[in-house]
Write a protein that binds this ligand. Structure first.
Ligand code: SAM
Length: 323
């Protein structure tokens, strides 16, 4: 099992498959892609070798992310490859939902267990303003479709933005009232490129938390394998509301995840200033050298990010590593 110097065990790999994105979210890629080459992206055989080595070291869950992973034409094959690796129990995807309606069934048939879809506003104009894409209705239909075909876990990610959605809690609550879905608010994180935007828009999840508690929402008990989200339920609502608060105390204490970028770089944290190149270790089916490298590398994982000190490492935006 991959275990670091603080006895944290890593059973979860977030694997980026492309840096390219077709949305222009104001907090991430407001001017669109800042890289236009896809040539260095990991191939299917490199992905298989990578996931195999991680699985032999105890990884049980893979989340495929990006950039926008559905821009890879071979995404369905990537899902199937990850799912077929012995030891991998859960394959999840994070997407802007652009291809959900068209491809969700193929992804499910390939073995996709869970999908998180980013929806920062339930108001079509605000959604357009924040993402640069006038596609809210289409994406909501995609979410309904993913649920209807029986993808086991469909969740929504909403980045909390002071100006764009902070006052819209009633709309989000209405959305989860009649449907069994988890909607998670993620606190906006500062990255190298978004310092001004962050200053204007960051809002602590604590304000939402207080409103939920005031309205009778109750904190669910966490399962051991759960991520950092605090999830709340309410008897009058079918859905759940989650809060991901990376600026809160001890957020990293039970970190269970590692990241590999679309070009095969190992990131021990989303907000570090260093990474390790894995590509040369992905050229042979012999997992042993890569496994040794990973076991050694995780010893260098810092106890915590330093976002509270306004330090976000060399991360320009989350599409660069895979948010
Ligand atoms: N394109 C996919 C998507 O839209 O979900 C996957 C990649 S995106 C980088 C992954 C998640 O990170 C999205 O939910 C996005 O809203 C979130 N994200 C990006 N930049 C962020 C930031 N600075 N702070 C908080 N969340 C961020």
């Amino acid at each position: 099992m991959l275990t670091d110097a603080y006895a944290r065990r890593f059973s979860y790999l977030r694997l980026s498959v492309t840096e390219i994105c077709n949305f222009r979210c104001s907090y991430c890629l407001p001017d669109g892609n800042d890289c236009d080459s896809r040539s260095g992206e990991l191939s299917l055989s490199e992905i298989k070798r990578l996931v195999t080595a991680f699985a032999k070291l105890g990884t049980r869950k893979i989340r495929i992310t990006g950039g926008e992973p559905s821009l890879r034409k071979d995404l369905t094959e990537i899902i199937a490859i990850c799912k077929a690796v012995p030891g991998i129990e859960k394959v999840a995807l994070t997407t802007n939902g652009y291809r959900l309606k068209r491809d969700a069934l193929a992804w499910q048939e390939a073995g996709l267990d869970a999908v998180n879809v980013s929806v920062d506003s339930l108001d079509a104009d605000t959604f357009h303003l924040v993402t640069g894409q006038d596609k809210l209705a289409d994406i909501l239909e995609g979410i309904a479709h993913a649920k209807a075909i029986g993808i086991k876990q469909v969740k929504i990610n909403t980045v909390l933005l002071k100006q764009h959605n902070a006052l819209a809690l009633p709309d989000f609550l209405k959305f989860v009232k009649q449907q069994d879905i988890a909607l998670r608010f993620i606190e906006l994180m500062r990255t190298g490129d978004n310092a001004d935007f962050y200053q204007r828009q960051h809002l602590s999840g604590a304000s939402i938390q207080q409103q939920l508690l005031d309205q009778g929402w109750q904190l669910n008990v966490k399962a051991k394998t759960d991520g950092p989200a605090l999830e709340y339920s309410h008897a009058d609502y079918q859905g759940r509301i989650g809060l991901i608060m990376p600026y809160s105390k001890d957020f990293c204490a039970d970190c269970n995840r590692l990241r590999v970028s679309s070009v095969g770089q190992l990131y021990l944290c989303l907000f570090t200033d260093s990474h390790q190149e894995l590509r040369s270790l992905l050229q042979s089916d012999d997992s042993a050298p890569l496994m040794r490298f990973l076991q050694q590398a995780v010893q260098g994982k810092a106890f915590s990010h330093q976002l509270q000190q306004d330090y976000s490492g060399s991360t320009r935006h989350l599409a660069q590593i895979g948010g």
